[in-house]
Design a protein around this ligand. Structure first.
Ligand code: MEV
Length: 323
């Protein structure tokens, strides 16, 4: 077991935990239906500070349990003690932007609760985080939560070697494997259009259940499988082609958006490939810059009205912060 896959140790309050966000390279949406996905953890983080308190509060809000489904699910499924705690959460991950803000919140708070309850092995933390995120969202795959718990590049239902762990729901199993980081610079640009992951997942599920859906799912499967091997062997040209192909499929299932298409067009002269990342229907695009044109790419995306930034993969998954 490598260091980054070490268990979350037991700890006592007050304590703090942190989780990276995530960026999906191939296979969003299709992963919900068991197809492969490739994602990496990004160095934008959410950090929580947890201490005993007089009532259950999140960022000083005594009603957070009622209106924050992720906080409620984390308390219900991850805090068996149920004694009142005060949680403060600070995040650098834009919300509803496709960068895993909810998975990062769930992983950070669940790591903190697990530490306070005696610690947890990382595979069990990943399973717990999936159940909590799904409990709050009602739909989805373990792709986001397993990526932020593992750190680094992660393949779901694909990739080389032995799984790090497997995640189970009532009717499905997803195997999670490590993929090597090819060491490339990636650019993400947030369109400024927030969206609901659950709504996007439901509409794609309906499309994949309609005539022609199984054939489309098979194409998603092939693109992600080939994409995972292309990233693993560092074949940039193949990755770029497969990213473009993945975007065609995402467009076909209805989760692109005129703003995302405008960003893709604006970025084209400085990017080897651009596709939406995450649930789509707004949110963000992921671009693989033409080497040497990173600054031009960022300028083009900003001029087209997006909020672009370089995202750096981080090998460090969710864990405690020693203060
Ligand atoms: C959202 O970040 C990724 C989706 O595939 C949903 C999921 O996997 O839970 C759209």
């Amino acid at each position: 077991m490598t260091d980054e896959l070490a268990p979350i140790p037991a700890a006592t309050f007050p304590l703090s935990a942190r989780s990276p966000g995530k960026c999906i390279v191939f296979g969003e949406h299709a992963v919900v239906h068991g197809a492969p996905e490739l994602a990496f953890a990004v160095d934008l983080t959410t950090q929580v500070f947890v201490t005993r308190g007089g009532s259950m509060r999140l960022n000083a809000d005594p009603e957070a349990l009622e209106h924050n489904a992720y906080f409620r699910a984390a308390v219900e499924h991850g805090w068996s003690d149920r004694s009142p705690v005060e949680v403060r959460a600070v995040s650098r991950i834009p919300r509803a932007a496709g960068l895993g803000s909810s998975a990062a919140f769930v992983a950070a708070i669940t790591a903190a609760f697990s530490a306070a309850q005696g610690g947890v092995a990382r595979p069990a933390l990943a399973q717990r985080c999936f159940e909590i995120e799904q409990g709050a969202q009602g739909v989805g795959s373990p792709g986001d939560t397993s990526t932020v718990v593992a750190g680094g590049f992660v393949a779901i239902n694909g990739g080389p070697g032995e799984p790090l762990w497997s995640i189970r729901s009532t009717d499905r199993r997803w195997d999670v494997r490590r993929v090597s980081d090819p060491g490339w610079v990636w650019v993400v640009a947030y369109s400024g259009i927030p969206r609901s992951t659950a709504d996007a997942v439901r509409s794609v599920s309906a499309r994949l259940a309609a005539p022609g859906g199984p054939e489309l799912l098979e194409q998603f499967r092939r693109v992600a499988t080939d994409g995972i091997s292309a990233v693993e062997r560092g074949d940039r040209r193949a990755v770029a082609e497969l990213l473009q192909h993945n975007q065609v499929l995402l467009r076909e299932v209805g989760v692109s958006h005129p703003r995302l298409e405008a960003l893709i067009e604006a970025a084209a002269p400085a990017a080897e490939a651009v596709k939406l990342t995450g649930a789509g229907a707004g949110g963000s695009v992921l671009a693989l810059p033409v080497p040497g044109k990173e600054t031009e790419l960022i300028r083009r995306l900003a001029r087209a009205g997006a909020l672009p930034f370089v995202v750096r993969p981080t090998a460090v998954g969710a864990g405690l912060v020693t203060v």
